[in-house]
Unconditional design. Sequence first.
Length: 104
Amino acid sequence: MEACKKTKVLMVVMMVLGTVMMEANAQYYSFCGMPKDGLKACLGSVSGENPGDPTSDCCSAIGKADLKCFCRYKDSGLLSIYGVDPNKCMQLPVKCKLVDSFHC
């Protein structure tokens, strides 16, 4: 009986630690070298019918991103699932004046 209680307590502790670790990792999540905050900053520039110009936070994140990595996702359909226009994504480096032109 005592061993059963200890096992249950250990399982609960492991679950709590696992949850804390997952949340900590989610804070540092990145996609193609772009941190989660950068992705959020660019969302308004690549989604919706009339996306706005990229913000300075978005452009800063794009400047640190691996642009060739984004090319792998352009035609995958993954971006569209999240309401992101892949063509608008490919325009961000130019709109941010990071490069003169960008093509995959």
